[in-house]
Design a protein. Sequence first.
Length: 201
Amino acid sequence: MSAQERSGTGPGRPRDPDMDARILDAALRVYAARGKAGFSIDVVAKAAGCSRPAVYARWPTRTELLLAAVRSFDSSLDVADTGPVRDQLVAVASHFMDGFSNVHGMATFRIVLDSLDDHELLGEWEKINEARLRSARDVIGRGIERGELPAELSAPEFFRSLFGAAMLQGIYDHLGMSESSGSTRAHADRLVDFLLGTQHR
């Protein structure tokens, strides 16, 4: 089968970016629900509501599709430099809490386990984490420069604590064991204040 036949786009017709996004979203949902063992182009195409050739034209193998889906996962964490740095940290905390409680969170748990014996997947996961941490470190750096945060505050320790708390809450949410109430913002407020208070000791 030719690339043109697989894509169904015809000569001179550009690839549909909306279709790309739909396929990647479906790939993440399938991966989150079934893990690597249940991940296939057939299942993803059905979930995306498109043909198998449309998927193959973009990602010829199951591995390429899975890696592309992982790359699309929450790769950036751009926090607007507006308002107090503490509020920016709350925005970061809210971002993680929301993320771990939805399909992206379940995909995260799958990635962590599957990357133990998959070096390609591990490499992509490390890139995602580095992108997240780089953006988050920028927020801490701004706070220290402006005197809003203490100079001795450790960005790696702060975000490991924040990330871990958000991930644990996500696990409880997926298991239906969450005892928390109130909005994500309220939880993020309390978490950031607790971590900053701990860091100040």
